[in-house]
Write a protein that binds this ligand. Sequence first.
Ligand SMILES: [Zn+2]
Length: 440
Amino acid sequence: MFVRHVLSALISGALGGQEPASEPAGDLREALTAISESELRATVEALVACGTRNTYSETEEGPRGVGAARRWLKARLDAVAATSGGRLLVEEQWFDLPGPRRGRRGGVAGLADAAAGGAALRGANVIATLRGTREPERIYVVGGHYDSRASDTYDVASDAPGANDDASGTAVVLELARVLAAVPLDATVVFACYTGEEQGLLGSIHHAQLLAEQKAQVAGMITNDIVGNSRGDDGQSEPGFLRVFSRSTPGSDAPSRQWARFAAEAMRLHVPELAPRLVFRLDRLGRGGDHRPFDERGVPALRFSEPHEAYTRQHQDLREEGGVRYGDVLEGVDFAYLQRVARANLATLFRAAQAPASPREVRVRGSGITVDLRWEAATSADLVGYEVMRRATTAPDWEERVWSGPATRVELALSADDYLYGVRAVDRDGWRSPVAAPRD
Ligand SMILES: [Zn+2]
């Protein structure tokens, strides 16, 4: 089908078919209300109580070490799975760790001996998969890393509470699983607690690779890393903001960017107490996160982080020096802030999982007076049509939208040169997909 129309259509709205009302937010609102500050606190406290969660620390037994954390997470998710009517599947995803490099303080001597003895050094992500009810093959991943570190990346002995980096993000992941377990969502949501982040994103690289080998359709990924502190070392505090990192890329519009805009819109619509601050780069300068292996595979992937970081608490041995306390301790986490971050995740994932898949193969042609957009039909059963989006080339977010009905091609009397365009799919209930943009 092909629709030709003029500028007035963009101003006046509907072009064909019935435009659905805005999305129904009843169930979403209920889920947002269920996000619990005390649940988030309980998770962070339990992880801190493991003493250290260094990737190479004790994995097999006892209350201390990364293994104690892994067993606690698995048990919590198993308990949540029992409330899911069989939809939530929990697994430990084991993989070989690269041999540890000797730490500056010799903290891995025992590990080096183990490696010399031929013992395999292994780690495990804890993964919970909530199967979608209508389109289970479409997957969204939300992650945080449960490993922690002291000043030395390979120091397995010293305390490394990692309350904010990244028990905070792991707590968000668990709380989302708890709240969403009994909610029927169209698409699948995967809750991922990663290990090995501090030694080079080992767990998330393994997970992204596995999903790619399975040819999984991962439509979006978010990592929550350093999301619980509301006051930076510089004294700045903006507890009403969350940074949303998405990759800067050649060309005008990477898929990760559309995913970032989608998250920002979810927050504006449903979590007004936490404003998105879009940062158009993959991550903080010179730093890394578990979204990277996904982004590198073309999956739309974001990092959520607090607006002002406290570097006296990140990657620091617990100590006092010159009157300054160092270390990633529990007191550095603002649980009211963390609750808002969990809600931002929930709104984004809930909307994405209820919406149709984004349109595919969007193409744009045109001139200074006309723009011609076409795309492949989305396959969702309850799809009713599409919205065409437009913004100035310099604008960070979409500025105008027009309902274009069920057609998969539109021509508008607008400049193709001076604007960027995209298309999103809309279902019968009014849920809107992330925008798909043509490559230019
Ligand atoms: Zn981290």
